[in-house]
Ligand binder design. Structure first.
Ligand code: HEM
Length: 468
């Protein structure tokens, strides 16, 4: 067979197909895949060759099985270089030795058995969440944000968030805002013509350079702030154990290597960035979907009631045994994917897949949304139906587990910690509250926001305490 590039639209000589991509690129890519009769498509955006994988087979084969060459990240010159974020957990090149060091540290602390260490923290933050929701049921978004930040700030720095307008949360939110501006696609000329980075800062068209330098200063100090706080607490002998403290003082001995300390600082910074918006998005979807599907909610509550006596809560380790609750969790991640296209990967050497040539340095995007809405994998994909994950035995069959897609791929995939923290809040909400639409309200259409992290567009729900 002739080895060719995957097919795709040609676009304009200077900008490629930039102007043909809608605000929901995952849908545009599905249309192109259908038009070109190939699940793998390729095109240019400015000077970047993009390859999009729209089916589960190519994603598994390339991003997972060939992870050794498909786990790099494409470079955003504005964010990585000018704003100095190239060392962040999400952006670091897979060829840099830091990449495997970050992953080892994070997996050691936040995957597998290690997660058990955090059960009591998760339980006490969930208690605070239930109490706040009982007092102010209309402020659900604030409580979800507070819960997510409370958990991750404690895990990363041993810092206890005491109020919704906590100063450390403001710091982290400011960093997230600046990152969003610096990463805005198509906004910075230097991302597409990297040679522009050599312009002197005073040059008339070099506003981006001055902006990058200013953001770099701000982001550096936002990253330093919580790290320095932990060090001060440790010096005073008055600190809670955390990801940072454990690595700064392993076995009670002071850490002295500046490079290793820098690695810990960046890894801890990555935890908040990874956890905050994603967890809030998943839990918001959960609340809205429960209001829209009272039958699903009722069935989950029956299951929960069978597991624990009235007035008692099941422990975290019992949650995975609740098969219907777990099915709701999977269906919510499938129906309303938090990250429709994960994060972009980059391939570091020329490769061949089927009859296609995948050139070195291409940006490779997994269209997670397309896979999770593929009717051959998930029949009636636009229906919210947790039953699809209940094992129906040899004749019924069930749909594949969406967690294999929604948390990303290969050597860039997410940490397991996300799962347990979300499942616990789902359980507590169903056990203690009733979620419904306001009386007499029309059933709203489910719509999604665009962006790297997608949310269901909010609508009014009523949350009332539930008696068991
Ligand atoms: C619903 C919740 C979450 C979802 C859907 C989610 C999804 C993702 C996705 C799609 C990626 C990118 C994978 C790729 O590039 O292939 C990722 C990476 C990552 N996530 Fe999550 N995430 C969630 C929660 C969390 C939480 C709670 C944490 C921290 C405790 C976290 C930390 C990370 C980290 C550190 C990475 C690393 C990436 C890298 O090596 O580049 N995430 N996640």
């Amino acid at each position: 067979k002739r080895i060719i590039l995957p097919p795709g639209p040609k676009g304009n000589f200077f900008t490629g197909v930039k102007d043909q991509i809608s605000s929901t690129p995952w849908k545009t890519y599905v249309q192109w895949a259908e038009y070109y009769k190939s699940p793998i498509i390729s095109f240019w955006v400015y000077n970047q060759r993009i390859i999009v994988l729209n089916d589960h087979k190519s994603v598994r084969e390339l991003l997972d099985r060939r992870a050794n060459i498909y786990s790099d990240r494409p470079k955003s010159w504005m964010f990585h270089e000018l704003c100095g974020r190239g060392k962040s957990v999400f952006n670091i090149s897979s060829l840099d030795s830091r990449h495997s060091k970050y992953r080892k540290l994070m997996q050691h602390e936040l995957s597998g058995r290690a997660i058990r260490e955090y059960h009591s923290l998760l339980e006490s933050e969930a208690d605070i969440f239930v109490e706040s929701l009982t007092k102010e049921p209309h402020a659900i978004q604030q409580h979800l944000r507070r819960n997510t930040a409370g958990v991750i700030m404690n895990v990363a720095y041993g810092y206890t968030v005491t109020e919704n307008h906590d100063p450390f949360i403001r710091v982290a939110e400011q960093a997230a805002k600046i990152s969003g501006w610096a990463l805005a696609p198509g906004r910075w000329i230097v991302d597409y013509y990297p040679i522009a980075r050599f312009l002197p800062s005073w040059f008339p068209f070099a506003g981006f350079k001055r902006q990058g330098e200013e953001w770099r200063r701000q982001l550096d100090s936002l990253l330093d702030l919580p790290h320095k706080w932990v060090k001060t607490q440790m010096a005073q002998g008055n600190f809670a154990q955390s990801f940072t403290s454990r690595f700064l003082k392993p076995n009670g001995v002071d850490f002295i290597d500046a490079e290793e300390e820098d690695i810990v600082k960046w890894a801890a910074g990555g935890l908040y960035a990874g956890a905050s918006d994603t967890t809030v998005s998943a839990l918001t979807s959960f609340i809205l979907l429960m209001a829209l599907h009272p039958d699903v909610q009722r069935r989950a509550q029956h299951e929960i009631d069978d597991f624990s006596e009235p007035g008692q809560e099941a422990s975290i380790s019992e949650l995975p045994k609740m098969t219907y609750l777990t099915s709701i969790f999977k269906e919510m991640l499938r129906y309303a994917p938090v990250a429709n296209m994960a994060l972009a990967h980059k391939v570091i050497q020329d490769d061949i897949y089927q009859c296609y040539r995948i050139p070195k340095n291409s940006t490779v995007i997994a269209n997670t949304w397309a896979i999770l809405h593929d009717p051959t994998l998930f029949p009636e994909p636009f229906q919210f139906n947790p039953d699809r994950f209940i094992d129906k035995g040899s004749d019924g069959g069930s749909n594949p587990d969406p967690r294999g897609y929604t948390f990303g791929y290969g050597r860039r995939s997410c940490l397991q910690f996300a799962e347990v923290s979300i499942l616990l809040i789902m359980y507590r909400v169903l056990s203690r509250f009733q979620v419904s639409l306001p009386v007499g309200a029309d059933v709203p259409q489910v719509e999604f926001t665009p962006g790297i992290t997608s949310h269901i567009k909010p609508f009014d729900v009523v949350i009332t305490p539930r008696r068991r």
